[in-house]
Ligand binder design. Structure first.
Ligand SMILES: Cc1cc2nc3c(=O)[nH]c(=O)nc-3n(C[C@H](O)[C@H](O)[C@H](O)COP(=O)(O)O)c2cc1C
Length: 157
């Protein structure tokens, strides 16, 4: 199965997970590049505001065409309980070019109850698998079991 892993990452956590998934499924990796400065407290506040309000941003042109893949795996950090605005922008732009989708997110808290519902609505597609990874587990490299479970779900499709 030809798989594309698409992610946005502000501070590297989501990138680590995306890279691991790409290695495990031998997929292509697409990093969403945002054009806004999200550094410092202003960047943090702007990011939270945009995500909570479901606002879009301007992202750089992407490398791969999702329509060329059997499955697109999309990963985002949770911002204000919601999809990071760069990831939402990618989803809205590409939803009609995605056949099958799987979602993952990284987050600091224990849960983000609405995140996959929001991702599903933004993509207008039911995911074949979802997974949530806590930042502390990713940084501490204690997420192998959860990752394996997610990847085996993807590969069984
Ligand atoms: C603007 C902003 C808002 C955030 N809101 C939440 C939140 O609502 N819930 C949560 O668990 N983590 C929240 N976080 C933490 C990130 O989701 C978490 O650190 C994530 O793993 C960062 O991913 P990254 O390193 O790929 O950018 C927020 C981070 C930022 C920058």
């Amino acid at each position: 199965m030809k798989t594309l892993i698409v992610f946005y990452s502000r501070t590297g956590t989501t990138r680590l997970v995306a890279q691991k998934i790409a290695e495990m499924v031998k997929g292509d990796l697409e990093e969403i590049k945002d054009t806004k400065n999200r550094d410092g407290i202003i960047g943090f506040l702007r990011s939270g505001y945009e995500s909570a309000r479901r606002k879009l941003t301007v992202i750089a042109e992407t490398k791969y065409d999702p329509a060329q893949y059997d499955l697109v795996v999309i990963g985002t950090p949770v911002w204000a309980g919601n999809i990071s605005s760069p990831t939402r922008t990618y989803m809205v732009k590409n939803k009609d070019r995605i056949k099958k989708v799987a979602f993952f997110c990284t987050l600091s808290l224990k849960d983000a109850p609405n995140i996959f519902k929001e991702m599903k609505e933004a993509c207008q597609k039911e995911p074949i698998a979802t997974a949530m990874f806590r930042r502390k587990d990713v940084i501490g490299n204690e997420y192998a079991d959860k990752l394996k479970e997610f990847v085996s779900k993807i590969e069984s499709q």
